[in-house]
Design a protein around this ligand. Structure first.
Ligand code: ZN
Length: 193
């Protein structure tokens, strides 16, 4: 059976018992979480979150991209989010690779040239988290009061490990921003709310 048939059946059962229609839009814990799209990660479960508790933003690698900033701008200014967690994880596909390796692997498997797509690979989990925290801290689009903290989730144990901000936080952030081609600075005026 195709996966879509299975999920539609599951949804029908879910809708029969649906009882969340009264949830407010703004997350009650005033929390946003950025983590990887990896299927081994279930942030609601490993963070003890209930529906309505938090915004959860996911992408490949839990990388703070322009689109993550876009989401956090909405979260903070329109939905009263006060705190954000950046959560990378062990055994991430983007850990230790390079754009060239990933592009070649795709070309070998799919005979497709993905050109200059930047997959945002990283050599070190903690450094990647620190770079993300720095980018959030340095963004002129986000409230200065936004509290950002970083973690590594261990897929081997289910444990969250705290990532210290580190003294080179700002340098990391600038370095990360400079190594992201195609990411242009957002115009604050366009996003002011
Ligand atoms: Zn990952």
């Amino acid at each position: 059976m195709p996966a879509r048939e299975e999920v539609l059946e599951a949804n029908a059962r879910y809708a029969e018992q649906f009882d969340l229609r009264m949830l407010p839009g703004p997350p009650v814990r005033r929390l946003a979480v950025l983590t990887c799209m990896d299927s081994r990660l279930d942030p609601a479960r490993f963070l003890g979150l209930e529906p309505g508790d938090a915004h959860v933003i996911r992408n490949a690698g839990a990388v703070v991209t322009d689109d993550v900033i876009r989401g956090l701008v909405l979260s903070t200014w329109l939905m009263d989010i006060r705190e954000v967690l950046v959560i990378a994880h062990t055994r991430c596909k983007l850990l230790g690779g390079s754009n060239e390796q990933i592009r070649k692997e795709i070309a070998d498997r799919g005979s497709v040239d993905v050109g200059t797509i930047d997959f945002h690979p990283f050599a070190d989990l903690e450094e990647s988290v620190r770079a993300g925290l720095a980018r959030i801290a340095q963004s002129p689009l986000l409230p200065e009061s936004l509290e950002a903290s970083g973690f590594v989730y261990e897929v081997e144990t289910g444990t969250l490990r705290t990532v210290a901000a580190g003294e080179t936080e700002q340098q990391d952030g600038r370095a990360a921003a400079e190594t992201v081609p195609g990411q242009t600075a957002l115009d604050p005026a366009e996003l002011r709310v």
